[in-house]
Design a protein. Structure first.
Length: 319
């Protein structure tokens, strides 16, 4: 194992004789593609060093979406915060492909400190130095997330009827994700939609059953976007959907799936004589159709207006 360890950045400052002594305290572990090694908020009692492959680090954000926090490549490590400080993991670590990890369990670290204190100190000093470097590199990322979380937590963020996010939360998320996408060069898309002829539906079946239609539509939207976007109710029959890292083509595809799913859904159990339930959707996307935040909002609204003008039950994107 020491031959493998010599090639990894974590151990490069440690002498060959020390590596020979350290190697027995680590165990090798194989991980398959997609396997979660550590889950966000879990406390682990192991240090993981990537020997082969790539482990992705992701942070879960409101809306059941994940934001990439970087990759752990051969020589990188994770789990040290839990192991040394007893704190839960701030990220989820997931194998991006077949991986081999070197694992130092808590009890083996304790044995190392007791049996080879000088080698233990050298290893811990190396870990500390690299951890400080990594924290400095990620400080702006963490600050962005913390500031967004603080603002969002100050308000009631969900719609009482549907359980999805409300307009104030979505507006906050829209601005933040647009700026994040602009800074890292990744796409983001915005959908505005409403239920066609909802006033007629409300008049035909009454408010309670019309509300049931809204709840059903939300369930359909959730089924389509899964964990890949944030849905918010703007009020009444109006909804917005934010799709981080989705370009125009992907956003149009998702919008088309939503439109078709709503049109094909069976609402007959809600009320007899219910008018057809369809939806119109407007799409904007950065950088495909909008270069700034104002245009990002305006293009989605204009696209929704066009969908209505062209007969409803359709998806449009103003270029």
């Amino acid at each position: 194992m020491e031959k493998r360890m010599r090639t990894l950045g974590l151990f490069r400052a440690i002498g060959d004789d020390a590596l020979v002594r350290l190697a027995p305290y680590f165990e090798e572990r194989s991980v398959n593609t997609g396997d979660t090694v550590v889950s966000q908020n879990d406390r682990v009692d192991e240090l993981f060093v990537v020997a082969e492959g790539r482990v992705e680090s992701v942070l879960a954000l409101p809306g059941s979406i994940e934001r990439s926090h970087g990759d752990c490549l051969p020589g990188d490590f994770f789990g040290e915060v839990s192991l040394f400080a007893g704190r839960p993991s701030s990220d989820t670590y997931r194998a991006a492909g077949p991986c081999r990890l070197l694992v130092l369990r808590e009890e083996r670290l304790s044995a190392l400190m007791e049996e080879l204190p000088a080698d233990a100190v050298a290893l811990i000093a190396r870990l500390l130095g690299l951890t400080i470097r990594n924290l400095r590199a990620s400080s702006s990322f963490l600050a962005d997330v913390v500031r967004w979380g603080e603002r969002a937590s100050r308000r009631v963020i969900t719609d009482e009827l549907t359980g999805v996010y409300n307009r104030p939360f979505l507006e906050d998320a829209l601005e933040n994700f647009f700026e994040i996408s602009k800074s890292n060069g990744k796409p983001v898309a915005f959908l505005m939609m409403d239920v066609d002829n909802f006033r007629e539906i409300n008049a035909a079946v009454g408010r309670e059953r019309a509300d049931a239609v809204i709840v059903r539509v939300v369930g359909i939207i959730r089924g389509v976007i899964s964990s890949h976007g944030i849905i918010a109710r703007y009020g009444g029959d109006e909804f917005s959907i934010l799709l981080p890292e989705a370009d125009l083509d992907r956003a149009l595809s998702i919008a088309g799936e939503i439109r078709a799913a709503v049109q094909g859904a069976d609402f007959s159990d809600i009320a007899s004589g219910l008018p057809p339930v369809t939806t119109s959707i407007g799409v904007s996307a950065f950088p495909d159709t909008a270069a700034d935040l104002a245009a990002f909002r305006e293009k989605a609204d204009a696209s929704l207006y066009r969908a209505k003008e062209m007969g409803r039950n359709r998806v449009e994107a103003v270029r």
